[in-house]
Design a protein around this ligand. Structure first.
Ligand code: UDP
Ligand code: MG
Length: 329
């Protein structure tokens, strides 16, 4: 651990928002009070601020953010041109959280306990440049979400991906760690897989996850599956390797079957069993299609990466100091 404690940081709190009209007023009040309390306690510097990123909302989330940024000096707003997804919105926020020594990212619905931010800052001042918010309990998540999340984390571990269990995108990054993260230019973004690759001294802070305070989850099953797929394909090529092993195993089984059939033929003088042949045919075709699909997934990702398209476009900014240019995607 770094034994030279960092000085009181100027903190930026990045909050991606997508159709959060019901949640925003509550989030602004709670986060605003918490931030100002931290400033009063001299835990963070007075120039600290909250940066709301509107991820192309179709409701009046941006109007609310923009009005708040005009009213409060501690609020900044960034509007993306259309919905690019949580990970891209978060990245846009991190890239534009300028003039900050440390940056905390948190969801707008405040399911993550904001009191953990104080602990994160203390951990930062003790020398940690990455502080992971880890859910001590997931009682508020459905049994389905808990089980699938557990399964996903285990699968990633088996595939050799380093990931902090029960950590989503609630974390503190030092300016240096944030700059390092932004050096990863991929389009297939899975931030919680990239952060451990960045390195730097890290620590975990535990908290209890609460219920979403209003509105509905912006992560339906479809988006959750897409994120899991991004996570796997952006972090590891293990599934491709698995195909090789499955292919080799099937090859070995077919050799054994052939030898068995030959033995049967020698002993009995005839071979029958079309049903068995059909089952084997279906199994082999299924595995081939699955393998093709997995290879296709990676080929598709290569196609998207080679185009190097921008990950987001900024449409508007509010509350930023004059002359503060947008950071390109
Ligand atoms: N979000 C976003 N873009 C999207 C989907 C979600 O910016 O396309 C934001 C959302 O407003 C929230 C955070 O990502 O601040 C996490 O979403 P949510 O709380 O709905 O996810 P859950 O907690 O249900 O997994
Ligand atoms: Mg949530």
């Amino acid at each position: 651990m770094n034994l030279n404690p960092n000085s009181v940081p100027r903190l930026a709190i990045v909050i991606p928002c997508y159709n959060e009209t019901e949640v925003f007023p509550f989030c602004l009040r709670e986060m605003g009070e918490y931030l100002n309390d931290m400033i009063r306690r001299n835990l963070v510097r007075a120039e600290s601020y909250i940066l709301f990123v509107d991820d192309g909302s179709r409701d009046d989330t941006w109007q609310q953010i923009s009005a708040a940024a005009k009213e409060h000096s501690f609020v900044r707003g960034l509007k993306l041109s259309c919905n690019k997804g949580h990970q891209a919105a978060l990245l846009a926020g991190l890239a534009n959280a300028t003039q900050a020594d440390a940056i905390v990212s948190i969801d707008a619905d405040l399911q993550d306990d904001i009191n953990a931010i104080g602990k994160m800052v203390q951990s930062y001042m003790a020398g940690h440049e990455v502080v992971y918010g880890v859910r001590a309990s997931r009682q508020t998540d459905t049994a389905f979400k808990r089980t699938t999340a557990e399964l996903f984390y285990r699968m990633m571990t088996v595939m050799g991906v380093k990931q902090v269990f029960n950590h989503a995108d609630f974390r503190l990054l030092s300016q240096r760690a944030c700059a390092a993260l932004l050096e990863y230019h991929e389009r297939n973004i899975y931030i919680r897989g990239l952060v451990p690759l960045v390195g730097f001294p890290a620590e975990e802070v535990y908290y209890d996850r609460k219920e979403r305070m209003a509105g509905v989850s912006k992560y339906p099953l479809r988006k959750m599956l897409a994120l899991a797929m991004e996570g796997i394909t952006s972090m590891t090529v293990s599934p491709l390797r698995l195909i090789t092993f499955v292919g080799a195993a099937i090859g070995a089984i077919s050799v054994l079957l052939f030898l068995g059939i030959m033995a049967y033929w020698v002993l009995k003088g005839c071979v029958s069993g079309w049903a068995f042949v059909i089952v084997a045919l279906f199994a082999a075709t299924g595995i081939q299609m699955l393998s093709l699909g997995i290879v296709g997934e990676y080929v598709g990702k290569i196609y998207l990466e080679t185009k190097e398209r921008p990950r987001y476009h900024i449409e508007e900014k509010e509350g930023f100091p004059a002359g503060n240019p947008s950071v390109p995607a």
